[in-house]
Design a protein around this ligand. Structure first.
Ligand SMILES: Cc1cc2nc3c(=O)[nH]c(=O)nc-3n(C[C@H](O)[C@H](O)[C@H](O)COP(=O)(O)OP(=O)(O)OC[C@H]3O[C@@H](n4cnc5c(N)ncnc54)[C@H](O)[C@@H]3O)c2cc1C
Length: 269
């Protein structure tokens, strides 16, 4: 199928992009990598009257590492982040999770920031943002604001991004020195969205897991360390709220959550 007709805007600067978005109000939708939005439009599940293609806005594709964070610009493709050596050295979890996002061809075009804004409950990078206590920087014609990961994901495919706002970057906080991490998941076919997935960060005296596919968004579960297996299972059970769908039953997702939490903690260790 083809998408319904839409107006197409191609701003050449950040200021122009923000002006166009402000002028369009609720009619305008940002087009980044198009790997989620274009299929939705083609299936007519989404029909925005206007697209604002930000791919020609300069200065949004950087991946920067400092002593505190890895900062990823709105146009940094998944593959750029995945293969950035400095980002990997600072936060190995980025690559550990990104290698599980779709296929290389999709990662060559899809953006990490776009994945966060899209807010799919089965997506890996929202879980990584929560695990690493990250944030998203939002700009509009009226100014700028920073939204913490804990406040960013507001429901299935819903985030704190408001009409007229462009997510210009995201920051992932570096875990404490000596931390270890892993991301594991189960999907029906390699490259599919996960039925369930778990990221883990284990530091001296603390461990945290984030689960995907078992709630309205990423589910963050801080764990006691050293962790007693029954206590971990109880905490995970209380935090998740899986649903039946065409891919798996709620019971199977709950079973996977327990298996994958154990697997992620072992792999991280
Ligand atoms: C076959 C297939 C398999 C996939 N498997 C996975 C998977 O396993 N895991 C996974 O996480 N993802 C998966 N994806 C999705 C992929 O990761 C997308 O790249 C990502 O979800 C969206 O990024 P994008 O840059 O393509 O955004 P787009 O498709 O361009 O946009 C997605 C949404 O975010 C908004 N948006 C994007 N960027 C911004 C911005 N900077 N500011 C404000 N709004 C913005 C758009 O308006 C739109 O609503 C898959 C996609 C396909 C086609």
């Amino acid at each position: 199928m083809k998408p319904p007709p839409f107006a197409y805007h191609r701003p050449r600067s950040l200021e122009e992009a923000l002006d166009v978005l402000a002028g369009l109000g609720g009619e305008g939708k940002v087009l980044a990598g198009g790997q989620s939005l274009v299929p939705l439009m083609s299936m007519r599940l989404s029909a925005p009257p206007a697209l604002v293609d930000v791919n020609h806005v300069p200065g949004l594709d950087a991946v920067e590492v400092d002593d505190v964070v890895v900062r990823v610009g709105a146009l940094a493709r998944h593959s750029r982040v995945e293969h950035d050596q400095a980002a990997y050295a600072a936060v190995p979890l980025l690559r550990q999770a990104l290698r599980l996002v779709a296929h290389p061809t999709i990662r060559n075009r899809g953006t990490t920031v776009g994945s966060l804004v899209h807010g799919d409950p089965a997506a890996e990078m929202p879980a990584v943002l929560c695990l690493l206590d990250g944030s998203v920087t939002l700009r509009s014609a009226d100014g700028s604001r920073e939204v913490a990961a804990a406040d960013f994901f507001t429901g299935p495919m819903e985030t704190a991004v408001r009409v007229g706002e462009l997510a210009v970057a995201t920051t992932f906080r570096r875990p404490p020195a000596g931390s270890r991490s892993a991301f594991v998941e189960v999907s029906r076919r390699h490259g599919d969205y996960a039925i369930c997935g778990v990221g883990a960060v284990v530091s001296e005296g603390s461990a945290t897991v984030a689960l995907i596919g078992v709630g309205a968004g990423p589910v963050l579960v801080p764990l006691p360390e050293p962790a007693d297996a029954d206590a971990v299972a109880g905490l995970v059970d209380a935090a998740i709220d899986p649903e039946d769908d065409i891919h798996a039953s709620a019971d199977y997702r709950r079973h996977l959550a327990h298996v994958l939490v154990r697997r992620a903690l072992v792999e991280a260790a």
